[in-house]
Design a protein around this ligand. Structure first.
Ligand SMILES: [Zn+2]
Ligand SMILES: [Zn+2]
Length: 479
């Protein structure tokens, strides 16, 4: 057993004695248990649909139908995003929102099997587990609504169906449309290989395409007449690789257009780039230098440069007041045990991981202690960041993936389509639902969350690198 899981066993033991379950929490957890079979099936259907960002028609419709049948009012196609929706129950303050995602990733089609077996070769798959994410959020919302109704609790509960998390910035456009303006607290979660509260973190990101325009010519007969756009792309790449940036920043790119044939000097070539940093301000400085490198490459090759910003997300603002409550609730909910069959699946799947990649299977049963985010730890990006710059926000991760499995892999897609993923999803749903109930029944918690938010945001203003007026990029995968 690793030192980490010994610590979490200790915190679990403490949790059992310190955090006795209130009757309200017990009632909500029973409700989640009662609805869980239906939403596990919903997650399986969305896993089978495996729809890419802004094309999640069936996934979004399925979630809307279940929420509507449970008594939520539906606003569909919000923020100019056909697959975005808001499901609302109740009225008045406070307004508590739960975020749901449901988009898949290209190329990760995978059976619920512990070896690489695509269902359809090259087709999309749920390698980030968003089929579980959207379904657990709906399971939490439906259970919490049932509890509010039974206990006559006032306030507004909303489920935000947020499309295209994987590169389409669905939530950023929902923020811009003012859809979070009256929300008091946002709750979210994400599939992972362990159970934990995520208080802040994630890297701010900006993505863009740098398109160079040159002059075409016969590459052998008259190269002197040509000006190569591909030369510019390659010089830009060389410049970026020589860049001096903080060690926790990331720059990655592909050549998305390198010309048509070796015997034609390319008059168009394109570099598609992401840059990331734990802080958007630092990223702004890095971005300014990336743009200069592009201009330098154009100057060197007598080409011209056209830059298109495609997307941008902020880092997540932590909320320490909410983190305390979330941690307590996650410890109360607890993790889950593998059956013998699941253990067998997990061990077979772990055998496919790189050497040293597997982690202790006990991670699913334990809860990680609450830690401060370390900006030097490896991380990724999410459009939850932009929400958190506008509303006090707290998140969970739950052990839906076999320990050691990371998102955006076929192994993650396999777990998201079977019982291990579905059990992790229920841990998340319970944690979201009881935390939501605490916020509805204890106004001081909402007040503390707001005060913490105000402290964290002092001297900072929300901004997005996505140009003002830009519409949701519904065809972003084809651009
Ligand atoms: Zn992802
Ligand atoms: Zn994800």
């Amino acid at each position: 057993m690793s030192p980490i899981s010994s610590v979490s066993c200790l915190s679990l033991a403490l949790a059992a004695s310190v955090w006795a379950q209130t009757p309200a929490h017990k009632q909500i957890i029973d409700m989640v248990n009662r609805h869980s079979a239906v939403y596990m099936q919903v997650s399986k259907s969305i896993w089978e649909y495996a729809e890419l960002g802004y094309h999640e028609e069936k996934s979004s419709a399925l979630l809307q139908r279940h929420l509507q049948e449970a008594g939520f009012r539906i606003q569909a196609g919000v923020a100019d995003e056909p697959t975005a929706f808001i499901a609302t129950y109740g009225q008045g303050k406070p307004v508590i929102a739960i975020l749901g995602e449901f988009d898949a990733l290209p190329g990760l089609s995978q059976a619920a099997a512990p070896d690489r077996s695509p269902v359809v070769e090259g087709a999309p798959g749920h390698g980030c587990g968003h089929n579980l994410l959207g379904s657990a959020a709906a399971l939490a919302a439906v259970s919490l609504k049932e509890y509010m109704e039974a206990a006559h609790i006032a306030g507004t509960l909303r489920y935000y169906g947020t499309p295209a998390e994987e590169g389409g910035d669905g939530k950023v456009y929902m923020v811009r449309a003012g859809l979070f303006r009256d929300v008091d607290v946002v709750l979210h979660w994400h599939p992972a290989d362990r159970n934990s509260v995520t208080n802040g973190g994630a890297l701010a990101i900006t993505s863009a395409k740098f398109l160079f325009h040159g002059v075409a010519a016969h590459a052998a007969f008259a190269p002197e007449r040509g000006r190569s756009a591909l030369d510019a792309v390659m010089l830009m790449g060389t410049g970026i690789e020589r860049e001096h940036i903080p060690s926790n920043a990331r720059i990655h790119y592909i050549i998305s257009n390198g010309g048509a044939a070796p015997n034609v000097v390319p008059d168009k070539a394109e570099l598609f780039l992401y840059a990331r940093s734990p802080s958007l301000d630092t990223l702004d400085g890095i971005w300014a230098r990336i743009e200069k490198i592009g201009q330098g490459a154009a100057l060197m090759t007598e080409t011209t440069l056209e830059t298109r910003i495609l997307g941008s997300d902020n880092n997540i603002v932590p909320n320490d007041a909410l983190a305390k409550v979330a941690q307590r609730n996650l410890e109360e909910v607890g993790g889950f045990q593998y059956t013998a069959e699941e253990k067998h699946f997990a061990q077979a799947l772990q055998a496919s991981l790189p050497p040293g990649g597997a982690a202790d299977l006990g991670l699913a049963a334990s809860i990680q202690p609450l830690r401060k985010v370390d900006p030097n730890q490896p991380s990724a990006s999410t459009d939850v960041g932009d929400v958190s710059w506008n509303v006090p926000t707290i998140g969970f991760i739950a052990a839906t993936f076999v320990p050691g499995v990371v998102p955006h892999t076929w192994q993650a897609a396999a777990c998201a389509g079977m019982s291990i993923g579905q059990k992790g999803m229920v841990v998340a749903a319970k944690s979201l639902a009881v935390t939501g109930a605490d916020l509805f029944t204890n106004p001081q918690l909402v007040e503390d969350a707001k005060q913490d938010f105000a402290r964290k945001m002092a001297g900072q203003t929300y901004k997005s690198e996505i140009p003002a007026g830009q519409k949701p990029p519904l065809d972003y995968r084809a651009r």
